[in-house]
Ligand binder design. Structure first.
Ligand code: APR
Ligand code: PHB
Length: 389
């Protein structure tokens, strides 16, 4: 087979890149290891920055998001029983869109199908080759046959555990990581959200987050031990603990019900430098991971895709290689700011096992400063709605 851009990984990063390239007349083939049902079964966050919302429009896939998504002009921060609001609209003139990542991925698959795109599922043994030549290619198994896909460029959108990052020689690859000593126990329930905005709550018992998918589908998280398993937590135990960690008036309003999904996610910050090697470019989780506290996972994947899409189109249309040559440093400049914001939100709102009394006072003072300082709220708001691309 031959294409212009071989995309390894059919998650949101790979599909968004493929759709944007298609709109610009650049051909691509997507190679995904799992089935489509499996990819769509993953429950992931759902807060979209303005930049991603604009990309969805550029990609021609915004119709359902605009119809079913929720525009949030602010969010709530709670510290014990105390609560205050960060007014994104007032502070930045902007907002976020609450629309599940699973829905974004579903819209992308439908758009790829409508365009007759080649998205191959259940590809195994995917291996990129000749990355430092002008004629890279990918080999893989599909339906029992060995395939070779020749291309001009390879996009590694294969997530944290994919093969592409490993292709960058250790002599030039640097990896930065911070693993947090706790996890997030998440529950999805067919109940009305406790508030029409998200509540990020710091309590002496640990962090909690109240989020939503729609008017009758809520998503809640509590900080838990890394050694916990979902079976350690009955639904009742989860709801009781959540009530203890959010302000009383919210706890009184909370509508509970059976969990339709319950899972535990570890928290990690991770960055790989560089994000390109020869004619291979990494996007999304293949190159970086953020703790979910700042809702930056999907949004950082989207900013990578934004830079790579524009660089490849400039190359194909005008032979302009500036964007290609500087992709890694351009993407990393924004990634490190999203990493800092996610680390700051995580440190601000979670209880860390070895935290001293002084550390807790620092946390309280940081939250009090955020509560009473327009400057601090503006800094948080502009990072939350998304720094410019
Ligand atoms: N060959 C082909 N596909 C692969 C391989 C492989 N060897 N290894 C992994 N993949 C696929 C995975 O099955 C997955 O569908 O690559 C895809 C990577 O998708 P994601 O993990 O969703 O990563 P990305 O597209 O970068 O999206 C980032 O996902 O994990 C969330 O919080 C993260 O929201 C962020 C978003
Ligand atoms: C979610 O809705 O799942 C969600 C929202 C905000 C976050 C993390 C997760 O920071």
């Amino acid at each position: 087979m031959r294409t212009q851009v071989a995309i390894i990984g059919g998650g949101p990063a790979g599909l968004l890149l493929s759709q944007l390239l298609h709109k610009a007349g650049v051909a691509s083939v997507v190679l995904e290891r799992r089935s489509r049902e499996y990819v769509l079964s993953r429950i992931r966050a759902g807060v979209l920055e303005t930049g991603l919302v604009n990309l969805m429009h550029e990609a021609g896939i915004a119709e359902r998001m605009d119809r079913e998504g929720f525009i949030h002009d602010g969010t709530l921060i709670a510290n014990g029983n105390d609560q205050f609001r960060i007014d994104f609209k007032e502070l930045t003139g902007s907002h976020v869109m609450v629309y599940g990542q699973t829905e974004v991925t579903r819209d992308l698959y439908e758009a790829r199908d409508a365009a007759g795109a080649t998205v191959m599922h259940e590809c195994s043994g995917v291996k990129p080759h000749d990355l430092t030549t002008d004629a890279p290619y990918v080999t893989f198994f599909h339906e029992g046959a060995v395939h070779r896909l020749d291309c001009d460029f390879i996009a590694g959108c294969d997530g944290f555990h994919g093969p592409c990052r490993q292709e960058i020689p250790l002599s030039v690859r640097r990896e930065f990581e911070k693993v947090y000593p706790f996890g997030w126990l998440g529950v999805l329930s067919e109940t009305p959200p406790v508030d029409n905005e998200l509540i990020y709550s710091n309590s002496e018992r640990g962090f909690a987050l109240c989020s939503m998918r729609n008017a009758n589908l809520s998503r809640y998280y509590i900080q838990c031990q890394l050694s916990d398993t979902p079976d350690d937590w009955t639904d009742d135990a989860f709801w009781d603990e959540l009530r203890r960690r959010i302000p009383e008036e919210a706890a009184d309003r909370l509508v509970t019900g059976p969990s339709i999904e319950k899972s535990i996610a570890p928290l990690r910050s991770f960055v790989c430098e560089p994000m390109q090697w020869g004619r291979m470019f990494l996007c999304g989780d293949a190159a970086h991971i953020v703790p979910p506290t700042g809702a930056k996972g999907l949004n950082t994947a989207a900013s990578d895709v934004n830079y790579l899409w524009r660089a490849l189109v400039a190359w194909y249309n005008d032979g302009e290689r500036g964007g290609i040559d500087t992709y890694s440093e351009t993407a990393l400049a924004r990634i490190w700011k999203a990493e800092r914001f996610s680390w700051w939100m995580t440190t601000l709102l979670h209880r860390l096992p070895e935290q001293s009394e002084f550390d807790i006072r620092m946390q309280d003072a940081d939250i009090a400063y955020l509560q009473h300082s327009t400057a601090a709220q503006t800094a948080m708001a502009e990072n939350y709605v998304g720094l410019p691309y």
